[in-house]
Design a protein around this ligand. Sequence first.
Ligand code: URA
Length: 446
Amino acid sequence: MNSQVSAGESPRAVDLIRKKRDGGELTRAEIEALVRGAASGEIHDYQMSAWLMAAVLRGLSRAETAALTDAMLASGAKLDLREFAAPKVDKHSTGGVGDKTSLVVAPVAAAGGLVVPMISGRGLGHTGGTLDKLEAIPGFQTRLSLPRFREVLAACGCSMIGATAEIAPADKQLYALRDVTATVESPFLICASIMSKKAAEGIDALVLDVKAGSGAFMKTEEDAAFLAELLVETGARMGIKTTALMTDMDQPLGRRVGNSLEVEEALEVLHGEGPEDLRELCRELTAWMFQLGGRTRDLEEAKQLYEDLIGSGAALEKFRNMIALQGGNPAVVDRPGLLPQAKSAAEVASPQSGVVSAVHCEAVGTACSLLGGGRQRKEDSVDPAVGILLHKKLGDHVAAGESLCTIFYNDESRVTQAGEMLRQSFSIQNQDPAPRSLVRRVIPAR
Ligand code: URA
């Protein structure tokens, strides 16, 4: 039976948890009280975690999702960036393994004349986070004051920071809880988390990379499409021109997983090199940013602009500039060896010959987290140096005993478990996997 929470009173946390647990629909006022209570500390982490779990299991209605997104946005400031004449456009991913595209698309888009005020997240569940990657760069500050954020934007057109006490504080808090309480996998919570942050940026347009597959939070095409539609609809409601690309996450993107390793691979792409799948996705996402920002007539022109900005070195120069402005060591751009390096490495050998027919991508992300690349508790710090270098991807032939991947680690006690997890995450058979496209579907702005 649903408990009744009367209007006018400040509802008790336990009643809001019970109401959601029993499948009830919270009112806008109740959701606002929940977010306010979490921010003020009146509602404790353990109570909020219980409510989040109830929300994952019971789901949220459209009205609850809208109320949660709005309340999370209202927990902090909303930027007014009208002083910048250029279109303000951002890109955000729903979370993947080896997904370092933000490190590439932000500087390319800025080099192409857009303003990119990017508020990113840390690792979430088995997926990596842009902030943890950026913090692998020695000295790089992701905690900027809002005046400094504006200064960096004015100086180089892009800045990448995390949610703070000033901007999107509710997401900062809920995100950290969801990471360690198995409460990420809800399209409604993902929508509120992403869209509250993005609306706080004061952007005109947004490109969303909605991942589908074994390494995504939405494992099936159907679930990913539901999330993509919800995000595009929410963007329209909030006055942000939002397009979603549903993209493949049935294997890690690129070949490197882990914070330093992923910065290194993003740098390869900015240098005009790097793995083809990563290059293709960076090109697609940035092209959509140029299109939504009105910089180009069509997608072909937008893709050409992307190639030109990589080829001329302009995008790399933007990244170097942004690193320096945010306190990091810009020399890493040409000398990635300056990034933190793990002390030891171990190979994961294939138990048999054949073709890689499937990769359990979530297990690859979890193995990286176990090595220290992610958090087990919210106060944990991450080890930027650890990670995985994949030698084999879907469709590759492998001989028995050949290395499937290399593990980079610092803590000996974790390597056996991570190695076993990685070995089991590769399916080796005698037939080629079905051909797949990286961009599965585009859900256009409404
Ligand atoms: N990215 C976010 O910012 N939030 C989520 O919940 C998932 C991905």
